[in-house]
Ligand binder design. Sequence first.
Ligand code: NAI
Length: 325
Amino acid sequence: MKVIFFSMHPYEEEFLGPILPSDWDVEMTPDFLDETTVEKAKGAQVVSLFVSDKADGPVLEALHSYGVGLLALRSAGYDHIDIETAKRLGIKVVNVPAYSPHAIADHTLAIMLALIRRLHRAHDKVRLGDFDLDGLMGFDLNGKVAGVIGLGKIGRLVATRLKAFGCKVLGYDPYIQPEIVENVDLDTLITQADIISIHCPLTRENFHMFNEETFKRMKPGAILVNTARGGLIDTKALLEALKSGKLGGAALDVYEYERGLFFKNHQKEGIKDPYLAQLLGLANVVLTGHQAFLTREAVKNIEETTVENILEWQKNPQAKLKNEI
Ligand code: NAI
């Protein structure tokens, strides 16, 4: 059985290499899967993808014509896959539903605190020998109102951490109302929170959940944290809200137009994306390149679950799989 891994990162090989079954014919490529690279999957029965890959209708049609039967995602999110088309074509899709929600929750707090305590600016200043504290004023988390959108595995862990910092935590989730937060409607959360952190999946319904109107309703000077998916925020509106001072700052691990841009080194050619260039130029923005998942524990789990998912399919391609979407 041939398995091709797209968007393969060197840090994954350390964990994946030793657990690959000897009877698999494995190909690994750092290339992103899209219409221009899909031919690489010819001859494979299984294609493994990361969040930087895109399996839309035309890509799935091509994979189907090559005889691919399984897409094994090395991620929890699957908004980059056209699930309906995959189902219609009979291509099964499996994900890694929970590899380490703690990794993402920790990173959420890390970028939130970096923004609130101006660590990104302090780091740059101190390295240049500038110990003047000008521009580094932060605020206490204790006593602030934090709003958590999406109260699944990650959102609940973030809520726990925020409570430990002394925040009053409001939560919004249309499907579950865990006791750990004060469950409110979305409008209450948006209008009352000093800090908002997003932890829901990106769907057709909540695309651009944060737009010009939402920013208008937020508390002046509030901060927005997004480690979920870039498409949940209208980037143009975010830039306006940041520049006008309506929004106090943004801490982001994901970006609406990150596909094809993140996970690669662009130092030589520079950042050509005009929105990203503007975001990076703002002092009240902390940005990491989709690295919230990147801990040893999480990557180990991702690789192990991916191999288990593929083995389960190999044993019985017709059966309903444990992590099938
Ligand atoms: P989960 O499935 O455990 O929880 C998601 C929660 O969001 C569910 O409780 C669901 O009811 C809720 N939800 C759905 N639609 C909503 C809406 N419109 N408004 C508010 N809540 C809504 O997922 P988990 O593991 O907590 O992950 C959350 C998201 O984090 C993922 O969908 C993914 O996009 C993102 N993620 C980001 C990573 C990174 O490296 N930056 C890594 C892993 C996940």
